[in-house]
Design a binder for this molecule. Structure first.
Ligand SMILES: Nc1ncnc2c1ncn2[C@@H]1O[C@H](COP(=O)(O)OP(=O)(O)OP(=O)(O)O)[C@@H](O)[C@H]1O
Length: 336
């Protein structure tokens, strides 16, 4: 693991020099400055210092599992299953020095329940710049692959992009949003990278992470959550075993899941199906409070209640779950 270094005064001068050089984007000056700072500090390697200014791919960097756990527990509301599985999956994968395949996570659930939000947290815990990192790549089906007639082109471009980026950084993260709108041909293009091959065209994909997001299966998840609610059982009592098998079969048979007969499921290329439960009134209120805190405002419970009450809830009879999860909370808060 990389050493945590605390530069002293001399080092600070070197760091300043290096910072100036980096800001000026002069590679030779950067090199000289960093070498100078390294010599001054004596205990910072060239790489250590370089990585303070430029983003580095730290392949062997361990995951700070307790920091991720804390972040998920504090920020992600009402998703005890997703929290548990994501922690388990990432910790196991990052602790394994020799994984046999890349990690593939498939996140499912109703709109606005936190799938993109979690992906962002995961990305930040793997590469500190998160979604802005050069090693994290987000694809949105309707944005990046909109035209069915151009599938061949997309396939070639995507394969080239993934191969190039994994060659540059083995621990690259690829997030595919709107999987349910993705053309099956696109999945076919990435399938070889997700498999158990040691190398594909001279590149090993085994340390990469692929995250798929989709609304497919949201109805199945809601049904099970509702059954628990109607039986007077606690939401937190829902276990993965209540959902995972239903979800994988349901998604497999759903023509619009993006994973439909794609071979990803029947070849066991998806490591974890992660269910996101529909959010209740109390969770929406938590989202409003979180948003107020993020804006630096004092928590006004009247506003919290008003925003939550403006949301619509289903099913019609019981009105338990928010139609849009927490998705419109931010924009609604603007009006209060
Ligand atoms: N479970 C949650 N806990 C905390 N905040 C949440 C949660 N779900 C959603 N949010 C808030 O709502 C915003 C929108 O949620 P997000 O984009 O993650 O939903 P999604 O599940 O990806 O929806 P979609 O399927 O429509 O893309 C998030 O940025 C976050 O602020």
């Amino acid at each position: 693991m990389r050493r945590a270094a605390r530069p002293g005064r001399a080092a600070a001068a070197g760091l300043l020099l290096a910072a100036r050089a980096v800001a000026g984007l002069e590679p030779i000056s950067v090199g000289i400055a960093i070498a100078a700072a390294s010599a001054l500090t004596g205990y910072l390697s060239y790489t250590d210092l370089f990585c303070r200014f430029a983003e580095c791919c730290l392949e062997e960097q361990r995951l700070n599992a307790s920091a991720l756990k804390l972040e998920l527990e504090e920020k992600l509301f009402g998703q005890h299953l997703a929290t548990e599985v994501i922690l388990k999956a990432l910790t196991g994968f990052k602790n394994n020095k020799n994984p046999k395949k890349p990690l593939t996570l498939s996140l499912h659930g109703w709109a606005g329940t936190g799938k993109n939000f979690v992906s962002q947290i995961v990305a930040e815990n793997l590469h500190s710049k998160g979604l802005k990192s050069n090693f994290v790549h987000l694809f949105v089906s309707t944005l990046h692959f909109p035209h069915e007639q151009q599938i061949k082109l997309y396939q070639d471009q995507l394969q080239g992009w993934i191969r190039g980026n994994v060659s540059a950084c083995a621990s690259s993260v690829f997030i595919f949003d709107e999987m349910d709108k993705l053309h099956p041909g696109i999945i076919d293009a990435i399938k070889p990278f997700l498999d158990y091959y040691e190398q594909v065209d001279g590149v090993s994909f085994r340390k990469a992470i692929f995250i798929f997001l989709s609304n497919a299966g949201g109805d199945l998840i809601t049904k099970i959550a509702l059954d628990f609610w109607r039986a007077g059982r606690k939401r937190e009592d829902i276990q993965l075993k209540d959902l995972e098998p239903v979800l994988s079969v349901g998604v497999f048979n759903n023509k619009h899941s993006g994973l439909w007969h794609s071979g990803l499921i029947d070849r066991n290329l998806i490591d974890y199906f992660i269910p996101f439960l529909p959010l209740e009134y109390r969770h929406v209120k938590m989202c409003v409070r979180a948003e107020m805190r993020a804006r630096g405002s004092a928590i006004d419970e009247d506003v919290v209640t008003r925003v939550a009450e403006e949301m619509t809830f289903f099913p019609k009879s019981e009105k338990i779950y928010s139609d849009k999860g927490c998705k419109t909370v931010q924009s609604r808060l603007d009006f209060h």
